[in-house]
Design a protein around this ligand. Structure first.
Ligand SMILES: *[C@@H]1O[C@H](CO)[C@@H](O)[C@H](O)[C@H]1NC(C)=O
Length: 140
């Protein structure tokens, strides 16, 4: 009776070990504080961003919404980051500070704002500000 119970407990423990091994990510050496190593690690409406600081930690950030300023968004790139604990992490398809617009939006250079290409009013957009420096204006 006691033996049978023991067997059951041991069996449950073995199953737990096997399951946790099967679920472990194949990527090794990625420290727990690193949220993403590629933008595909993030949710659909997010991307992986890093800062320019020495020990910057990649995080998932929201992609930009309609009408948000997207002129400062740079192309995705690959890089490696290093941490004081000796970890080195290879990153792919990450952005500096800002994600691009949500995937169904574009960033026309004329407005530098996330725009819905399906929105017909965009095609009738008229720049009537009369300001020659319009494109260089700092909107922040
Ligand atoms: C980043 O790395 C991926 C996978 O190795 C590669 O396909 C991609 O072309 C690289 N991108 C850049 C900008 O080098």
């Amino acid at each position: 009776m006691v033996n049978r119970q023991m067997n059951r407990i041991v069996g449950a423990c073995l199953a737990a070990v096997i399951i946790s091994c099967a679920c472990a990510k194949p990527t090794h050496d990625v420290p727990h504080y690193v949220e993403c190593v590629d933008s595909s690690d993030c949710a659909k409406d997010e991307c992986c961003t890093i800062g320019l600081g020495r020990f910057t930690i990649p995080v998932c950030s929201k992609r930009l919404d309609l009408d948000e300023h997207c002129g400062s968004v740079r192309e995705p790139f690959n890089t490696s980051v290093f941490y004081p604990d000796g970890s080195a992490v290879d990153l792919t398809n990450v952005y500096v500070h800002f994600c691009p617009c949500q995937s169904h939006l574009s960033c026309p250079s004329s407005t530098q704002k996330c725009t819905d290409p399906m929105d017909k009013s965009y095609f009738n957009y008229i720049d009537d500000t009369g300001d020659d420096n319009y494109l260089n204006r700092d909107d922040y």
